[in-house]
Design a protein around this ligand. Structure first.
Ligand SMILES: NC(=O)c1ccc[n+]([C@@H]2O[C@H](COP(=O)([O-])OP(=O)(O)OC[C@H]3O[C@@H](n4cnc5c(N)ncnc54)[C@H](O)[C@@H]3O)[C@@H](O)[C@H]2O)c1
Ligand SMILES: [Zn+2]
Length: 370
């Protein structure tokens, strides 16, 4: 199978996303024309090291004359912290870095966000490469240049826009990713179909279950289409000023609240929370009279067919109290002066940001979720 390219069109900050098998082993040849010979620091975690990917990437970079050092941290969202950042910056500087030293993130969204932010601030900005290895990172977090860490005050509250110079999404890496992480990442793929492309969503209804089960061709197609959709939105609204980029957060006002109420724990992965949120955002769009009543059942049936939980009571039999959900939602970054913002669907395949959803409607939905 051949490697595909999606370009993120951002003028002088534009870059290619390469998608397909074998890219980690070929990383040197892929990156030499972009970085030139020199030094690099591969930032990754112990899961990627154990699966052999760190060694393979380092070997490929070294062979091309991009001498690679490594900074390996423990896996997990907990490392996306001030302490984790300090550790990565120290690792980059410690081995001797100059303005042209490239930071290469090899891992899921945690490594990408953390290494990307370290690259943004070390020596006031180092060239940055994303080598996403989780499905979520390949279809979402590695594209678009948002980097950052969590603060004690909340998730993703400290960060910077720092676009990579290239993204290498090696679909072979997904072979060592746990099945639960595949399903969680899949929710962001379904999100892209819902917010931008009904035909793609219909394709997913046909091929999604096979994709989750391991169908490589389906994975490549879905990663390509997801990256195309995200790249187009990012190119139109890089710094989230027009509201267009915010549509990529379909389902996320709900998702972030479910995550907060489950303590950002293994009980509910981010992508799993997104699946719950997509169902509720669809139902909200139904109740706002944009979508026909059967839309919610269609979205739910698809996510369930891909092995995702779609009802809050499947996560906690007691459900989630509306008051606690609303309090969590008020901390959403899209909220302005206390007014909640929701991404709604005007139809399947077209999303928009609304600040006009009446709170009683939200409360009624939270009291009796779809
Ligand atoms: N910057 C953005 O635009 C953006 C967008 C969405 C999400 N995010 C962030 O992404 C993070 C979630 O990313 P994630 O879902 O990738 O989680 P993650 O980075 O924690 O990775 C999930 C787990 O899979 C492991 N793993 C990754 N690739 C593997 C592989 N190929 N083989 C074996 N194990 C592998 C990791 O070690 C980790 O244990 C969150 O912090 C979220 O805030 C950022
Ligand atoms: Zn998400």
């Amino acid at each position: 199978m051949s490697v595909r390219t999606v370009r993120v069109e951002l003028g002088t900050r534009g870059y290619p996303i390469r998608i397909g098998p074998g890219l980690i082993d070929r990383a040197g040849a892929e990156l030499l024309p972009i970085l030139g010979a020199g030094r690099s620091v591969v930032v990754s975690d112990t899961n990627l090291a154990q699966a052999g990917w760190v060694e393979r990437l380092v070997r490929a970079l070294d062979a091309a004359g991009i001498a690679a050092r490594t900074v390996i941290i423990e896996p997990g969202e907990g490392r996306k912290s001030w302490a984790g950042l300090e550790r990565v910056v120290a690792g980059i500087l410690g081995g001797g870095a100059d303005r042209r030293t490239a930071v290469v993130a090899l891992g899921g969204g945690v490594i990408g966000d953390l290494a990307g932010f370290a690259a943004a601030i070390t020596l006031r900005g180092l060239p940055f490469v994303q080598v996403p290895t989780s499905l979520l990172a390949q279809v979402d977090s590695s594209v678009g240049g948002k980097t950052g860490i969590n603060a004690p005050q909340g998730k993703n509250l400290v960060g910077a826009f720092h676009q990579p110079v290239a993204v290498l999404a090696d679909t072979d890496a997904l072979a060592t990713l746990p099945a639960r992480e595949i399903r969680a990442g899949y929710a962001e793929i379904a999100k892209h179909g819902l917010l931008a492309d009904e035909r793609f969503f219909a394709w997913l209804e046909q091929h999604g279950p096979a994709l989750v089960a391991g169908d490589v061709e389906a994975r490549v197609h879905a990663v390509v289409r997801s990256c195309e959709i995200k790249a187009a939105v990012v190119a139109a609204d890089e710094f989230e000023t027009t509201g267009q980029r915010a549509t990529l957060n379909l389902g996320h006002t709900f998702a972030h609240a479910y995550e907060a109420l489950t303590g950002y724990s293994d009980r509910l992965l981010h992508g799993e929370a997104v699946a719950l949120g997509l169902v509720q955002a669809t139902e909200l769009s139904v109740r706002m009279r944009f979508l026909p009543a059967d839309a919610t059942a269609r979205v739910r049936a698809h996510l369930a067919a891909c092995g995702l939980r779609t009802r809050p009571t499947e996560v906690d039999p007691a459900g989630f109290a509306a008051d606690a959900m609303l309090a969590a939602m008020a901390k959403d970054k899209k909220a302005v002066a206390g007014r909640l913002a929701f991404v709604l669907l005007r139809r399947l395949g077209e999303a928009f940001l609304s600040r006009d959803v009446p709170e009683p409607l939200v409360r009624a939905l939270l009291d009796a979720p779809a």
